[in-house]
Design a binder for this molecule. Structure first.
Ligand code: BG6
Length: 610
């Protein structure tokens, strides 16, 4: 996601900002920029692409002189990576510059209002409204201006601000997006995470939600939204730079597992207004839906598995046949498709070559293409007729976690929107599922509690030397088990296989012997008894079984060796919760085995060749 650095002191700001941005590269970005107050005028330098380009353009930050400045790496959410959309953004009178992390959810209404007042916008971003809003409300007193701006912004934001009218100060505001103030010796910093300032100081203050920081080279003041000055207690961060980039987690994968509540919130919340689902302008009109005969969901790896989970949900609630097809198979299958088929393309990176090729073939045969993608303006996002971004933020670990669960959440949104429009779901059931989606991030948060994670870790470590692990389930649990098996294979190099539980007796059960480990997913209440008999079949052959059950099904413990649970949730959206448990299971096995978790052997984060 985006990165922020700000500096005020006696040294030249440019080079310090550049170095700080380089420390934030790990967060993933597609453009960057700096702004420095240079003799009462704000100079801005921006560049699309890697920091190297900005470094060259700004000659290491030396083309601007001044000791107060802000810098930004942008992970595009609204608007393509471009100079106009890169930060810092200027107010129209060029007296303010801002950098922003987060999503301003009411930016369209603010933009309309400001445009009606004559403000001109240079880019398409949500962030730019902040710069214009500050100018609009500026009354000579920046603190009171920022207090007003805070009351007008909805969504999440961490904002760094500099003003040509106040060249001896740096400002910051935030809500639901981290921002820290670094306390140096005769100089101070703001940063989206410690990494950017850690080489200069280990002393920080955390800016609280809807608080304002006014920072000079020698002093920091903090105000609440009512303008009351507040005292802040500094703390010391004993991290080295590398650790800081992982936010204190041992691996990016673990960090991204724990980021899932926030990522799911970003996928779901901006698209739900009351009982209505808004898919960023994507509509399915009645005529189109009545002509629709099939939905093809295409992807690779975990994206393909997300599609299988989506199939189960969409077929159940939309009553439209859904095909899951591996992109690499689709390309050479001379697919039967056309205007009566909706092709949903799933890809975290939006650059997977097989998946892009499949999209182009579907489109060339007249099928409408809808991409579910994480990386804004990626090749697949640009090639599709419609794109629904997951907004999971950049995913650094090769084995996807939040990328996968947010894809599922996006498919649930699409399925519910179609089902309601088609009338294939009752309003009551629609509202139940919508409420389950809204509370899903919190349910995941609850599940990531200390106790549950400790239990998963205990079982994972107990079985870290298994030669082979089976994952079985029925219905949506079978779909979820596919990803569980892949996660384990990808990062621990243990052979694992997902099986439809009812299929076990038709073959694989011959492989079950003493102590063979099977993870049995038992979250579907109506399939409880079927799963019970499948589990007993495995046990009777000497196999060891860990059940992963909903709390309602926890009685399954009586016939298994161990039990992991997920919080009770709607059966139809349980795959997100089981995914998180199985991610942790794979992670702790790989950790115990000493595997290279974030960059597993032979794997790439995105395979951009066929
Ligand atoms: C693989 C990744 O290379 O590609 C998987 O290791 C991923 O994690 C698959 O699921 C598809 O990638 P994408 O970016 O198209 O979702």
């Amino acid at each position: 996601m985006c990165g922020i650095i700000g500096y005020i002191g006696s040294r030249q700001a440019g080079p310090i900002l550049l170095e700080g941005l380089k420390k934030l590269e790990y967060r993933g970005y597609d453009s960057s920029g700096i702004a420095v107050i240079d003799d009462g005028v704000i100079s801005v330098i921006k560049s699309v692409g890697m920091i190297k380009a900005l470094d060259e353009k700004s000659k290491g930050g030396s083309v601007v002189s001044g000791t107060v400045g802000i810098g930004h790496t942008r992970w595009a959410t609204h608007g393509a990576p471009s100079d106009e959309n890169s930060h810092p953004h200027l107010s129209s009178d060029k007296r303010f510059a801002i950098v922003h992390n987060g999503i301003i959810e009411n930016f369209e209404s603010l933009r309309t209002e400001l445009k009606s007042l004559g403000y001109k916008f240079t880019g398409e971003t949500d962030s730019e409204v902040i710069a214009k809003l500050i100018q609009h409300h500026y009354c000579g007193d920046i603190i009171s201006t920022l207090r007003t701006v805070i009351t007008r912004l909805e969504g999440s934001y961490a904002v760094g601000i500099i003003s040509a009218d106040k060249p001896d100060a740096l400002y910051a505001i935030r809500k639901d997006n981290p921002l820290v103030v670094g306390l140096g010796d005769g100089e101070n910093f703001i940063a989206s995470d410690y990494t950017a300032a850690l080489e200069h100081t280990k002393n920080f203050v955390l800016l609280g939600d809807k608080e304002i920081a006014e920072i000079t080279a020698t002093e920091t003041k903090f105000y609440d939204v009512d303008g009351k000055q507040i005292k802040k207690k500094p703390y010391t961060v004993e991290w080295n730079i590398e650790e800081a980039q992982k936010g204190g987690y041992a691996h990016f994968m673990l960090k991204e597992i724990f980021e899932q509540p926030r990522a799911l919130t970003r996928t779901v919340r901006p698209r739900i207004a009351g009982d209505e689902i808004k898919l960023d302008g994507i509509e399915f009109d009645g005529d189109y839906l009545s002509s629709l005969e099939r939905i093809d969901i295409i992807g690779c790896g975990s994206a393909y598995h997300a599609g299988i989970v989506g199939k189960s949900f969409i077929e159940k609630h939309c009553r439209i046949p859904v095909n899951n097809i591996l992109a690499s198979e689709y390309i050479y299958s001379d697919p039967i498709t056309g205007p009566k088929t909706l092709t949903v393309i799933i890809s975290q990176s939006g650059e997977t070559a097989d998946t892009l090729s499949a999209l182009k073939i579907a489109a060339s045969r007249g099928s409408r293409t809808l991409a579910v993608v994480n990386v804004v303006q990626s090749a697949i996002a640009r090639a599709a007729d419609d794109v629904l971004y997951t907004h999971a933020g950049p995913e650094i670990a090769v084995a996807t976690t939040k990328g996968y669960t947010t894809q599922i959440a996006a498919l649930y949104l699409i399925g519910l929107k179609i089902a309601l429009k088609k009338g294939s779901i009752t309003v009551k059931r629609y509202k139940e599922l919508l409420s389950g989606l809204v509370t899903l991030p919190q349910t995941v948060e609850d599940m990531l509690s200390e106790a549950e994670v400790k239990k998963v870790r205990k079982y994972a470590e107990k079985f870290h030397n298994q030669k082979c692990v089976f994952f079985i389930g029925r219905g949506t649990d079978y779909a979820a088990s596919l990803e569980g098996a892949l996660k384990l294979k990808e990062i621990s190099y243990i052979h694992a296989e997902a099986y439809a539980a009812g299929e076990l007796k038709h073959g694989t059960i011959s492989l079950i012997e003493d102590h063979t480990l099977t993870l049995a997913l038992v979250t579907q209440e109506k399939l409880y008894h079927k799963m019970e008999s499948n589990i007993k079949a495995v046990k009777s052959r000497g196999g060891t079984v860990i059940a992963l059950a909903s709390r309602a099904n926890s009685k399954i413990k009586s016939c298994t060796d161990m039990l992991l649970t997920i919080p009770d949730c709607d059966d139809d959206i349980s795959p997100v919760l089981t995914a998180v448990q199985l991610q942790l299971f794979a992670y702790y096995i790989a950790l115990k085995r000493g595997c290279e978790i974030d960059t597993p052997r032979n794997l790439a984060k995105s395979v951009t060749v066929e």
